[in-house]
Ligand binder design. Sequence first.
Ligand code: SF4
Ligand code: SF4
Length: 425
Amino acid sequence: MMTPQLKALTQQLKQRARDLGFDLVGIAPAGPAPQADAYARWLARGYHGAMGYLARPDAVAARAEVQQRLPNARSLVVLGISYATGALPELLAADPSRGRIASFAWGMDYHDLLKPRLYALDGWLRGRTGRTTPGKVSVDSAPVLERGWAQQAGIGFSGKNTCLIHPRLGSWLLLATLLVPEELEFDEPATLTTDVAAAAPIALLDIEQQTPRAPAWRFADGARGGCGGCTRCLADCPTQAFAAPFVLDARRCISYLTIELKGAIPRELRPRLGNWIFGCDVCQAVCPWNGRRCQTDAAKATALFAPRLDDLAPPLLDLIELDDAALRARFRRSPLLRAGPRGLLRNVCVALGNWGHPVAVPALARRLADPEPLLRSHAAWALGQMDDPAARLALARGWRTETDPDTRLEISLALDKSSKGAHAT
Ligand code: SF4
Ligand code: SF4
């Protein structure tokens, strides 16, 4: 039974979370995860690509039922924090010689920022209740369906771009959760407004049941949310990664291709990556919920996330010259290392190919002799994008010494493309 003491404790916990820097906090009853069925269907369609850890039976079971992680759990505290520090200056955004980086990665690794705050929040609660065992924290590293839970805890709604959107703070949000045995006062999830009440929330994620207009949501404080007839994110996605509204095929998403994927980037998608070298912001940047109505506190986010000016859009020609150790030092404590030095350099090769400027030929030619076949093959592809005699010469030299079959194929395709370009001019 919800006693006045538990209500007061809940309010104090929420205030403590805000004091720790979180912008949003909601609480849901621990139990079966909302949207677990839709998640299972998403996995069944193979949209998770090479992220096999998502489909492991133990991880699927833990996602479906949070008490698998903490059997006596009663409450899931869901927290959101805005990382909206401001748009990239136009001069940098329009410069193809620079590598674009998703804005969540402009500062230090958010796991390092958020986890200590979650532990502090749990410690505060333990101090109040006398609990002697820790709660379970998660910052997208544990098997928790954060977005579904955030919707359940009343702190946002799912957009067609699959991001959690808050009616006043938009979607530049990082989510975190704290699972605890205390029964706290639960928040009301957003409800469907009456005109579209026939559409059950779960149907939002079901490809076969899409309706032309997405349902509108009403929050406990009277705020409204929903995508309505908007389709900007779907139309503007550079790789057309949405299989349907609310359904992302991660295998086509630039975030997956540049961060999660460890092998070769599919050849047909490389031109669509443009100069994104770590993640992509497009489907959030075009969203009206992140537009002028959005009330994020950029000064607060900037103070917390401290974007590093050198990391907003670094010159590609600087990055391509760095070796493993130099990259690790350059991006120490940055999320960029999640892609690994090898993955980052692979992405830089693709971005240089898409830039297509001959000034990049010497650096790419040196990568053609890299000990790592993945880099040699992507450097070959990039050289093939350049209609330049020096690029053709480098490829021809590479062909003479290359022994890796995949890289030989890339060189041969690149030579073919490059020489067709030469004949056309
Ligand atoms: Fe498309 Fe970029 Fe959004 Fe991925 S992050 S779905 S590539 S717009
Ligand atoms: Fe929804 Fe439009 Fe935002 Fe996409 S861009 S999430 S459709 S409001």
